[in-house]
Every structure is written in C-alpha cells, then in structure tokens.
Design a protein around this ligand. Structure first.
Ligand SMILES: Cc1cc2nc3c(=O)[nH]c(=O)nc-3n(C[C@H](O)[C@H](O)[C@H](O)COP(=O)(O)O)c2cc1C
Length: 171
C-alpha cells in the first residue's frame, strides 16, 4: 500500500516525530511504500474559502504555498496517517491547515484507510480530536485502521511502539 504520514509536530525530536518514525518502520517492514512528511516545517496557510477551487480553479487551490507539494502525494496515497500533538484539547493547527486545505479536492482520491497518532502531556485529552478524525473518516468513506495515543509517561516506550505495530497490521 502507498502510505503517506503527515507529521505535524514542530519538535523534530519530540514524541509525535518518534511515533511517525515508528509507524514508518513498522509499515516498511510489512512491505508498504511509505512517505513521511513533516508538515510543521512547511508554510501552509488556512483555507481562504474563496471558492476559486470549486469554480475557475477546477479543483486547484489559488494559494501557491507548500501545500502544492502535498497535493500530488495525497492524490497517490492509499492510506493516510495523521500524526499530531494535542494543543488545547484538539489536533494542532499545523495538521488542521493541511486537512482544511483539502477542501479543493474534497476527498483524497485513493485513500482507503486512515490512522491517527497523537501525543499529549495529560491523559483524557483526545476526545475532540477523535470526534474530528472519525467524522472525517465517515465523510471521506474511508476505514479507520487505528488510533494510538501517548501521554507523557507513554512517550517513546516499548508499549507505545507495540501499539503502533499492532495498528499497522490493520492496513
Ligand atoms: C500550545 C500547546 C498546547 C498544548 N495543549 C495541551 C493540552 O491541551 N493537553 C495536553 O495534555 N498537552 C498539551 N500540550 C502538550 C503537548 O501535547 C505535549 O507536550 C506533546 O507531547 C507534544 O508533542 P511533541 O513531543 O511531538 O512535540 C500542549 C503543548 C503546546 C505547545
């Protein structure tokens, strides 16, 4: 399967980056083709709601920022993995920008499965993000292949690595 992991933490050595790498390693070991992109290091603005994409733009976005690099990767992805830290009880802004800029394509063309990897400091802070994620899976008609969360004492642990290896089996 062609897998695209969008890693949205600005901290290069943080836990979200570690989870994304562990997912990549596990998926590659299982024979998948994996592309991992750090979207936090890219310049991706929010959607302008200008409707250019749905009119003259014919499905293309008027904003020519780093999202242009992601559109072809997303168009080819068969599985999409969102990896993000929790900021103020939801997915961080960096991943939200990417999701909302998909307004022009509405649904990624080939995605059949999704997964969600999240980092936080505290336990019990994931419900808002999970609601959003499940609603997106439903809206796009794609299957959830699993969610792994890691609060502070679960970060970079063998236990979390095992959970990641487990959800990769659902691809
Ligand atoms: C702006 C900001 C908001 C945060 N909000 C929350 C929060 O609401 N709940 C929580 O448990 N942790 C919160 N955190 C902590 C991060 O989720 C936590 O440190 C996480 O492990 C960061 O992931 P990283 O290691 O990939 O950077 C916040 C951190 C930042 C910088």
């Amino acid at each position: 399967m062609n897998i695209l992991i969008l890693q949205a933490s600005p901290r290069a050595n943080g836990n979200t980056a570690w989870m994304a790498e562990e997912y990549k390693k596990a998926a590659e070991s299982a024979g998948h083709n994996v592309t991992l992109v750090n979207v936090a290091h890219k310049k991706i603005a929010g959607c302008l709601a200008c409707e250019f994409c749905h009119n003259k733009g014919n499905g293309t976005c008027i904003q020519k920022d780093d999202m242009q690099e992601l559109y072809p990767l997303i168009a080819e992805a068969e599985a999409l993995v969102l990896a993000a830290p929790i900021y103020y009880f939801t997915l961080n802004a960096q991943i939200q920008s990417v999701i909302q800029r998909l307004y022009c394509v509405n649904k990624p063309a080939k995605v059949q499965k999704m997964a969600l990897l999240m980092s936080s400091y505290s336990p019990g802070v994931y419900s808002g993000a999970q609601y959003e994620y499940f609603d997106i899976c439903k809206y796009w008609g794609v299957q959830d292949s699993g969610i792994v969360t890691a609060k502070i004492d679960e970060q970079k642990t063998e236990g979390t690595k095992g959970k990641i290896i487990d959800i990769v089996k659902n691809l």
